[in-house]
Design a protein around this ligand. Structure first.
Ligand code: UDP
Length: 243
């Protein structure tokens, strides 16, 4: 590692929504995007940072959409969780192609596909330099993968949750719909909840606050942004306690 590179974190949890792996498509996985994100993960892993990833599934299936079309909500949520495992396997494949050792651990056991989630095992994998990819969210319907990210970050003693989005931080409104939306550099957990800023659901924010885990929001579309973020450089929004 060059002398001027100073990672701010020892162990990070990266939250990749399904959308972050979708690229310009309306649905599913875009191979180029998955490979690009994998290269970003490799770059931070090469800096000596331990990395675990929680993947979403919204690019394939969301429980609310299933419920909207008349399906039982819990079943639809299980379908959503299975979708996250598909994304986890795609990330695993892209990372292994570029020489990163990985393990996928699923909160819903499916032993022929990947390992079941066992906390101490996940820890051990990371200590050995493997990138751990958590699939199936929390394993429970009616939660989100953002909440899974907050939960796993706590369990893995991560220094930070880094949430990859389409925009370079948290805005007062959707900046795609309203170009005049205000961008925040820093926020407290309380402000996110009070202003109802839809960066992560309230359960995830509350859990991160409870355990004092900072959240960093950045754009996964900006090349090299993750390497910058782990050195506290570039564009991002930091959410933490007001002190
Ligand atoms: N899901 C769930 N429990 C969890 C995590 C996810 O039931 O702990 C389901 C839920 O239906 C959700 C879907 O999986 O809509 C996909 O996850 P999410 O919407 O969080 O993915 P993202 O928005 O990050 O792509």
């Amino acid at each position: 590692m060059p002398d001027d590179v100073q990672p701010s974190y020892r162990r990070i949890l990266l939250k990749l929504s399904g959308e972050a792996l979708m690229g310009e498509q309306e649905y599913g996985l875009e191979a180029d995007t998955v490979h690009r994100v994998a290269a970003e993960v490799k770059a931070v892993h090469d800096m000596g940072i331990e990395v675990c990833i929680v993947v979403g599934g919204g690019n394939i299936f969301r429980g609310v959409s299933g419920a909207a079309s008349g399906m039982d909500r819990a079943s639809a949520d299980y379908m959503g969780m299975l979708a996250t495992v598909i994304n986890a396997l795609a990330m695993q494949s892209a990372l292994e192609e570029i020489g990163i050792h990985t393990r996928v651990l699923s909160a819903i056991p499916m032993q022929t596909v990947c390992e079941p989630y066992i906390r101490r095992r996940a820890m051990r994998h990371m200590e050995k330099g493997r990138v751990v990819i958590f699939g199936a969210g929390t394993g429970n319907p009616s939660f989100t993968t953002d909440t899974a990210a907050a939960l796993r970050a706590f369990e893995m003693n991560c220094d930070v949750i880094i949430k990859a989005t389409k925009v370079n931080g948290v805005y007062s409104e959707d900046p795609v719909k309203n170009p005049g939306a205000k961008r925040y550099d820093r926020l407290t957990y309380r402000e996110v909840l009070e202003k109802d800023l839809r960066v992560m659901d309230a359960t995830a924010i509350a859990h991160a606050r409870e355990n004092n885990i900072p959240i960093v929001v950045f754009s996964v579309h900006d090349a090299g942004a993750l390497v910058d973020v782990v050195q506290s450089k570039g564009n991002f929004t930091l959410i933490e306690d007001g002190g």
